[in-house]
Design a protein around this ligand. Sequence first.
Ligand SMILES: C[S@@+](CC[C@H](N)C(=O)[O-])C[C@H]1O[C@@H](n2cnc3c(N)ncnc32)[C@H](O)[C@@H]1O
Length: 160
Amino acid sequence: MLAAILIVILICFSIVIFFGAPYLPTLKKEKLAAIELLDLKKGELLLELGSGDGRMLKEMAKKEVFCVGYELNPILVLISRLICWPQRKFVTIKWANFWTEEFPDANGIYVFLLDRYMEKLNKKILNREKKVPLKLVSYAFKVPKKKYVQKKGALFLYQY
Ligand SMILES: C[S@@+](CC[C@H](N)C(=O)[O-])C[C@H]1O[C@@H](n2cnc3c(N)ncnc32)[C@H](O)[C@@H]1O
């Protein structure tokens, strides 16, 4: 029984590598710096692509920013929904592959992906139906051939 549970957990955490970055959470200092860079206001909308354990969503929701997190790992979906339960009015966590989702009109996107996904992400953002102004903050990885407007440590802010 224990072995079966461990295998399921292992599958949940490893299968995501076929679709995006494996789970590695943003640390507190970087999380706070990303929030500062995004500079979203009360009532605005943040998307987090690969929302992990929900720590970023929770912090943003405390500022009354509406948040949608997309997460493929069902264990992390469950954990993040629990973590964000007190902020549930502001937080939606979708068990979904963000590559196949149509994004709502958001004011900001936060990602911690891998280098090889950044160009694909850039195209997905550029192909949005409505081109409302959007800030992207990426942890650790730059968007190829696009100039960032600000850099804080390993965080890059882009404007679309
Ligand atoms: C590097 S972690 C970052 C987690 C969180 N954003 C943070 O910064 O703390 C990447 C997360 O994206 C999720 N993920 C990877 N590819 C995905 C995809 N295509 N759709 C949804 N989630 C994905 C992983 O399960 C993992 O939780």
